[in-house]
Design a binder for this molecule. Structure first.
Ligand SMILES: C=C(CC[C@@H](C)[C@H]1CC[C@H]2C3=CC[C@H]4[C@H](C)[C@@H](O)CC[C@]4(C)[C@H]3CC[C@]12C)C(C)C
Ligand SMILES: C[S@@+](CC[C@H](N)C(=O)[O-])C[C@H]1O[C@@H](n2cnc3c(N)ncnc32)[C@H](O)[C@@H]1O
Length: 373
């Protein structure tokens, strides 16, 4: 017969195994994609009280995209209250796409995409750089840490300001990174006060691109550079055939209307910028090759940006179950399931837009504010 000690230790080992398995399953189901980010149990409605999330979601479900210009910033603010926690949990601290890089994880590829900005605008230690539409500050932290520059971010959404500040502090970058709540169409900064600026997948929220570009132009010092990665329709877009996909992208991402690639250069020139370089970073090269930008060399290959969305199908199901359970037991606000479902559809439209080659989320433009004579 087994000694009581042996029975106890084998029962203990069994219990430990079950507890360990449950813990791993729990961490797998609820944990964020990025270390030190937001677990599923923290899903909230941003600055919207939990009881009002469903009403707010109903409000943001118009058939047509919002096009009433002066209502756009409020609408976008509500949108980010609803999606910020889900984005952070399911995607990470950087709310943008990036070209996959062989041998690198999604997170590393995303950082490389952000680091290219340091080279493009020539950010140096001590510079004051503006991040237009900074989200919760993933790119800002990468850029500040790598360049030694001080980065000031602006976002319309108060909840994102708090998340960004929390992460800046955790990363020990709160001295270098500052975040303010405000509208990028009327920024609370003096003219000629920044050494450089960038925006990543943010200016597509502006009802008129000229308005946000004019503000960026105003706050930059003469001679300073600005680069933007923006969402656009490509030359392959045919409204008669592709309108449903493009409207699906607009609806699911709170966009007042996607612009064509040619509108970007025109808007930059209209406000007075010199256009230095334009390139669609989503373009699928036929062969793998190196892309030279400034001092650094970046590897590009033919895996497209939307592959990260496509490979996520199983993850969406897992996330859908997690969100449904958390909403049912009252941990996540009611309405979170609708928001998550909307994001699943958005992912499909984005993938279709990418596959058809009619849409790009990374049209890059590099501009200079002319130096004073
Ligand atoms: C620039 C913008 C946002 C771009 C992306 C960061 C987000 C666009 C679509 C989002 C997602 C779609 C599917 C979600 C999934 C169903 C969920 O389980 C986990 C999060 C998603 C993957 C989510 C993550 C962020 C996006 C990829 C716009 C708004 C201008
Ligand atoms: C898709 S997120 C990108 C965030 C960040 N650039 C990143 O890559 O992680 C778009 C950002 O633009 C901001 N934004 C949209 N419209 C804005 C406005 N009118 N004023 C200020 N910020 C705005 C949103 O609040 C959000 O932070």
């Amino acid at each position: 017969m087994d000694s009581p000690l042996a029975v106890f230790s084998s029962a203990g080992a069994g219990a430990l195994l079950v507890a360990g398995t449950l813990y791993c399953l729990f961490a797998f189901l609820l944990g964020p994609v990025e270390k030190n980010s937001n677990p599923a149990v923290n899903l909230s409605g941003g600055s919207i009280a939990a009881g009002n999330v469903r009403d707010k979601y109903e409000f943001r479900r118009p058939k047509e995209t919002v096009r009433v210009t002066d209502k756009v910033p409020d609408f976008v603010d509500t949108f980010y209250n609803l999606v910020t926690d889900i984005y952070e949990w399911g995607w990470g601290q950087s709310f943008h796409f990036s070209p996959p890089v062989p041998g690198k994880s999604d997170g590393e590829a995303s950082k490389l995409h952000e680091l290219m900005i340091v080279d493009l605008i020539g950010a140096r230690p001590g510079d004051r750089i503006l991040d237009v539409g900074c989200g919760i500050g993933g790119p800002m932290r990468t850029i500040a840490a790598h360049s030694g520059a001080n980065v000031v971010g602006i976002t319309i959404n108060d909840y994102q300001v708090n998340r960004a500040r929390t992460h800046n502090k955790k990363a020990g970058l709160d001295k270098q990174c500052d975040v303010v709540q405000g509208n990028f169409l009327a920024m609370p900064f003096p003219s000629n006060s920044f050494d450089g600026a960038y925006s990543i997948e943010a200016t597509c929220h502006a009802p008129k691109l000229e308005e946000v570009y004019a503000e960026i132009f105003r706050v930059l010092k003469p001679g300073a550079l600005y680069t933007s990665y923006d969402w656009i329709t490509t030359e392959k877009y045919r409204p008669e055939e592709d309108a449903e996909i493009i409207q699906g992208i607009e609806r699911g991402n709170a966009l007042p209307g996607l612009r064509s690639y040619s509108d970007i250069t025109a808007a930059a020139r209209e406000v007075g910028f010199e256009v230095v370089r334009v390139r669609d970073l989503a373009r699928e090269p036929t062969t793998a090759r190196w892309l030279e930008v400034g001092r650094m060399t970046y590897w590009r290959n033919h895996v497209p940006w939307w592959s990260r969305l496509k490979f996520g199908r199983i993850a969406y199901w897992r996330n859908h179950i997690v969100v449904s359970v958390l909403a049912a037991v009252g941990v996540a606000p009611k309405g979170t399931v609708d928001v998550h479902e909307m994001l699943c559809k958005t992912a499909e439209y984005l993938t279709k837009g990418g596959e058809k080659g009619i849409f790009s989320p990374m049209h890059m433009i590099l501009c200079r504010k002319p130096a004073e004579k």
